[in-house]
Structures are given as C-alpha cells and as structure tokens.
Design a protein around this ligand. Structure first.
Ligand code: URA
Length: 237
C-alpha cells in the first residue's frame, strides 16, 4: 500500500512529520536508491527500499512472517474502498504493516503469506527464484491423459506458453476430478485458465503450499507466525 513518504518516515519513528519533510527537502531520503526531494511522493514500503541518511527506514520495525489460510470470499488485499471482506479482517491484532505476497483469487482458498519484509516478498514473487506453488483443484469432468500431458508440458494461454507443471490426479469421481498441480509462475487466475483451456473448468481451488512450506492443518481463517526455518522451506525445491 502506498503512503506519503513523510508519513512513512514519521510512522517508522524516524522523525515527526514536519522534521521528516525537512529531511526530504534536504535530500537525506532515498527511495530505491534515488534521492527524493519532492514533497508528497507516494511510496510502498513493502516493495520499495527507503533509506534516511543512508540507513534503511524499517530497520527498527520487527519483521513478521505470517501464513494465513485464506478462506474463499476474502480479497487478498489490506484495503477495500467497497468494504468487502479482506484478509486483514482476519488479522486484527497484527500491528505491523503487513501485506500479502502475491494474491489468491476471491474464490480461491488456502496458503497466503503476509509480511512487512519487502525483500522477502520480492524474492518469493520473482520468476528467477521459481518458487513452486502447489494447488489442489476440483475440476469438472475427467480429463484424459492427452489433456493432462498437455497441461504438464505447457499450453498456450493468452499468446504465451505456460511453463511445465507437475500434475497428479488425486481422485476421480463420476463427474469431477481432483488434481494436484504444481506451478512456479504466478499469472492471474493461471490455474483456472489452464483447466478452462482444456475444457475442464475449476469448481474449487486451494493452494496448499509454497515450495515445501505446507498449509498443513491450519483451518480456514486461521494463521500462524513463521519461524526462520519455515521461511527457508518456501525456497526449497
Ligand atoms: N491460480 C488461480 O487460478 N487462482 C489463484 O488464486 C491462484 C492461482
């Protein structure tokens, strides 16, 4: 979420709002390495690097890492002008300014990482890190082996081929199939679009893991703090 730079500095305990404006005017504040002297510039502290007098601004704020089981029906955002249910409604006692790392669709449930550590968020989302996301999708119908092979090799979606996916059929019912799919891309509604593209729309979707960090027994709407060892699991292949 973007905020005025002077407000961020004040909230971080660097200086009063007025003193923060002075620091900005004097060229003491950098955003992503660039000096900002203009007043009122809006910055996102979760994704941008802010420094004052050469020191990171959030060095005093405790970093928190949370794994939430997002229920369906909640937006993966910390603010909604329309007043719809948002994930922060489920974390009322968290004082730190945490943000979701990526998003899950309104109708998707499952593992959602939230943090105030912008560097970690960028690492998780950056394609070069190839963080695997595991989903369980209940889809309409029973796709044959050709379709499953195509999905796992990669299919054309909006003019671009998807990266190879790991596909495992978990159960087959009469009119539906439950499939585990592991991808490391994060295109918008990717899993839904992939199954839709082969004629098997998704009926239910749940993300069960980032890398080797699994949702486990966490119930919908519940969350847990992640110790450093668990954060490492995100990047484990
Ligand atoms: N793919 C989707 O289609 N939806 C999500 O929420 C996540 C991945």
């Amino acid at each position: 979420m973007q905020e005025r730079l002077q407000k961020i500095l004040a909230q971080a305990g660097i200086a009063s709002r007025r003193k923060a404006e002075e620091l900005i005017r004097e060229g003491k504040v950098r955003v992503d390495g660039m000096v900002v002297t203009e007043m009122g510039v809006r910055v996102d502290p979760a994704t941008q690097k802010i420094e004052c007098n050469g020191r990171p601004v959030f060095s005093l704020e405790k970093k928190v890492y949370i794994l939430l089981h997002k229920p369906a029906g909640y937006l993966s955002t910390v603010r909604d002008p329309q007043g719809r249910p948002i994930v922060s409604d489920l974390l009322p006692n968290i004082k730190e300014r945490i943000y979701p790392v990526g998003r899950l669709d309104l109708d998707t449930e499952g593992a959602l990482l939230l943090t105030n550590d912008g560097e970690l968020a960028q690492a998780v989302l950056h394609p070069s890190r190839e963080v695997k996301k595991t989903y369980v999708a209940k889809i309409k119908g029973r796709p044959g082996s050709k379709k499953l092979a195509a999905l796992s090799r990669g299919i054309e979606l909006e003019g671009k081929k998807t990266w190879p996916a790991e596909i495992t059929v978990l159960t087959s019912e009469k009119q539906t199939t439950t499939i585990q799919i592991i991808i490391h891309e994060g295109r918008k509604r990717q899993v839904r679009k992939m199954f839709e593209a082969v004629g098997h729309p998704v009926l239910q979707l749940k993300r069960i893991a980032y890398g080797q960090l699994a949702l486990g027994e966490l119930k919908p709407g519940k969350y847990r703090f992640l110790p450093p060892g668990d954060i490492k699991l995100i990047f484990k292949k």
